[in-house]
Design a protein around this ligand. Structure first.
Ligand code: ZN
Length: 297
């Protein structure tokens, strides 16, 4: 029985963004070609048909999360050129409003502090002590972004804290463009299968049953209302899930559930796929990762 690997991409762009560096377009093109050579890439709908499970090649499914505008602008032309089908997981509130979710807003604020050479200060979510971050290189920015993200992850006041940081910076930061419904509707449905990335991208593990239901079902129905088709899959925000969330997702109607646990799937009756994240700027690093995944898997 062949193994199924699933991969997750986020941003593909040549934009300079040290807090959360996108994969450059050239690198992405090479990664896609490499995956094509080494795997049988299948559309996610075929995961349930099981027709390829006897293939000699390992199978793979390619997914994207968050639905940045650069998916349409930078990734899609490469996918079209290489005739590769993917799943794109969208956050329904973001598609409604175009408003970026908190992590990417935070990244842009951190980049603002770096550009202005200002020290970023924020209260520690645990102790309340003031943490200070000064950034002198792109690597410092990436590290700071990760530290501040982890610090704010479970903080209910994080939106207000990010607004305070922006006010303190003294100027509004540029927001990353996200895809809206009209743009998502124009994506070629033979190439792009729209999945859900929940309603608001909250950590499902921290929510009440009622709130989890809202995140799962409202995004499911919202995608149907806007695109005329129910989503086939869901990708959990930050890969966080448990058995109860899986059961609730299946009861909502999702057929395929994606985590970020970086494991291949071999059972033919599985509906849970544990994706490997690919995000490095250099092609060789991604190639090395893919090789390691295959060997370990
Ligand atoms: Zn996400």
């Amino acid at each position: 029985m062949s193994k199924i690997f699933s991969f997750a991409f986020h941003r593909v762009s040549d934009e300079y963004s040290p807090a959360y560096p996108p994969m450059p377009i050239k690198t992405f093109d090479k990664v896609i070609k490499h995956l094509r050579r080494n795997f049988l890439i299948i559309p996610q709908e075929e995961l349930c048909e099981k027709t390829h499970f006897q293939s000699r090649k390992s199978l793979c499914v390619i997914t994207f999360d968050d639905a940045y505008n650069d998916f349409a602008e930078c990734a899609l032309p490469v996918l079209e050129k290489n005739k590769v089908q993917v799943a794109l997981h969208i956050i329904s509130d973001v598609a409604d409003t175009g408003k970026i979710f908190w992590t990417q807003r935070l990244n842009k604020v951190i980049e603002g502090y770096y550009a202005e050479k200002k020290v970023l200060k924020l209260p520690d979510s645990q102790s309340g002590d003031i943490l200070q971050f000064s950034m002198n290189s792109d690597a410092d920015v990436e590290r700071t972004a990760l530290n501040v993200y982890l610090n704010l992850l479970e903080n209910p006041d994080r939106d207000a804290i990010i607004s305070d940081l922006e006010r303190e910076l003294g100027r509004e930061v540029m927001q990353t463009r996200m895809l809206r419904w009209n743009e998502i509707a124009q994506l070629d449905s033979n190439l792009v299968s729209i999945g859900s990335h929940t309603k608001t991208h909250r950590n499902l593990m921290t929510l009440s049953d009622e709130e989890i239901k809202t995140e799962l079902a409202e995004s499911y129905n919202c995608i149907y209302r806007n695109l005329g088709k129910y989503p086939f899959s869901i990708a959990y925000p930050n890969g966080q899930y448990n058995d109860k969330i899986n059961e609730m997702a299946l009861a909502t109607g999702y057929k395929v559930l994606y985590t970020c646990d970086a494991k291949p799937v071999t059972e033919s009756n599985s509906c849970i796929y544990h994706r490997y994240n690919l995000y490095n700027r250099e092609f060789w690093k991604n190639r090395l990762k893919i090789t390691m995944f295959r060997l370990r898997g």
